[in-house]
Design a protein around this ligand. Structure first.
Ligand SMILES: *[C@@H]1O[C@H](CO)[C@@H](O)[C@H](O)[C@H]1NC(C)=O
Ligand SMILES: *[C@@H]1O[C@H](CO)[C@@H](O)[C@H](O)[C@H]1NC(C)=O
Ligand SMILES: *[C@@H]1O[C@H](CO)[C@@H](O)[C@H](O)[C@H]1NC(C)=O
Ligand SMILES: *[C@@H]1O[C@H](CO)[C@@H](O)[C@H](O)[C@H]1NC(C)=O
Ligand SMILES: *[C@@H]1O[C@H](CO)[C@@H](O)[C@H](O)[C@H]1NC(C)=O
Ligand SMILES: *[C@@H]1O[C@H](CO)[C@@H](O)[C@H](O)[C@H]1NC(C)=O
Length: 278
């Protein structure tokens, strides 16, 4: 969300802070857990705010920067940063794709509300899986991208020797369980110390051929009461429509039923699975 200072923005800011407190977390419905610390995700002049904001893909081509306003029980670091898309269509299901993985992430300072810390990442050449921009398939329902910051395991962090994240196919996991097992094998377990998420979609109509997408992943929305969403009502989520400069925020209710998105998918007639990614 872009902010311009104005009197009314004071009210908006107050509301935003409340949203932040309630919603600084992984995407609804995923198994990975995090403490309630907000990881601020900043793409240029566009901060992901509120959590789950629908971001314009064109703003996301370069990696974001991060700030931590607070970190109670502050572990000293270093940290591990992870970004994943939980909604990649594969085999008539939704599976995770690792967009980014970097160990050896440090803080610029001890964070406090008046003095947030910035995250310092190693150069890309030293990152285990350099950033890949979101690129959800044309016409699919919005994909949720979660950012998680983990304390480095005391025993150290290392990837299994067989892993090659230059190979995009190796960034796709067969299930969230498989991703959790992989993280565990690299020493990442338990709750992340901070998190946030955004959503991205691509409604361009440039299609040849027909593909139908698997249903959106269960997020605890109405009709599937598995977990409940971040507002705790087990049903409707609201996100802001692609909040870049000059556009008006439009609130879309996307909980409750897949009908809206199924309609979009049916209308957009998406490209073949080979071209469909991430
Ligand atoms: C972590 O980063 C620091 C500086 O950014 C570097 O000196 C150090 O070698 C790195 N450690 C590892 C294990 O990569
Ligand atoms: C890793 O994957 C990339 C891309 O597929 C490939 O070019 C490279 O040879 C692989 N590296 C190893 C060590 O297998
Ligand atoms: C999809 O199914 C095929 C065939 O069963 C399997 O080889 C492949 O690993 C599956 N892909 C994913 C991402 O699970
Ligand atoms: C949507 O996807 C198409 C095909 O990948 C791409 O050419 C286009 O730039 C994307 N549009 C946006 C707004 O990201
Ligand atoms: C709800 O989601 C869970 C987990 O994805 C799934 O196992 C279950 O079948 C779903 N139930 C309904 C009614 O869709
Ligand atoms: C979701 O919104 C619809 C329409 O506004 C409403 O009828 C329904 O009760 C809401 N569901 C929940 C769980 O809040």
């Amino acid at each position: 969300m872009l902010r311009k200072p104005s009197i009314s923005s004071l009210f908006a800011l107050a509301a935003t802070v409340l949203v932040d407190l309630a919603a600084s977390q992984p995407a609804p419905g995923i198994a990975l857990q995090a403490d309630s610390n907000t990881l601020e995700v900043i793409y240029g002049s566009n901060t992901v705010d509120p959590a789950g904001e629908l971001m314009p893909r064109s703003d996301l081509l370069s990696p974001p920067t991060f700030r931590l306003p607070s970190l109670p029980n502050s572990p000293p670091g270093p940290f591990i940063l992870l970004m994943l898309d939980s909604d990649v269509p594969r085999n008539n299901s939704r599976v995770p794709l690792l967009h980014w993985l970097s160990s050896n992430v440090t803080l610029s300072t001890t964070p406090s509300n008046s003095n947030p810390a910035s995250l310092r990442l190693p150069p890309e050449s030293q990152q285990e899986a350099p950033y890949r921009p979101p690129n959800p398939p044309v016409g699919d329902s919005p994909h949720a991208y979660t950012f998680l910051l983990y304390a480095s395991p005391a025993s150290g962090f290392s990837l299994p020797a067989s892993v090659n994240f230059s190979d995009i196919q190796q960034r796709v996991f067969s299930s969230e369980d498989a991703l959790v097992r992989f993280l565990g094998s690299a020493g990442i377990e338990g709750a992340a110390v901070a998190a946030n998420y955004m959503q991205v979609r691509n409604l361009s109509v440039s299609a040849t051929g027909t593909t139908t997408f698997p249903p959106p992943r269960a997020t605890g929305a109405a009709g599937n009461g598995t977990t409940g969403d971040e507002s705790g009502n087990g049903g409707n989520r609201s996100v802001e429509f692609e909040g870049s400069a000059g556009r008006r925020a439009v609130v879309l209710g996307i909980g409750g039923e897949g009908a809206f998105w199924m309609g979009v998918v049916g209308m957009a007639v998406a490209v073949g699975m080979a071209a469909v990614m991430l």
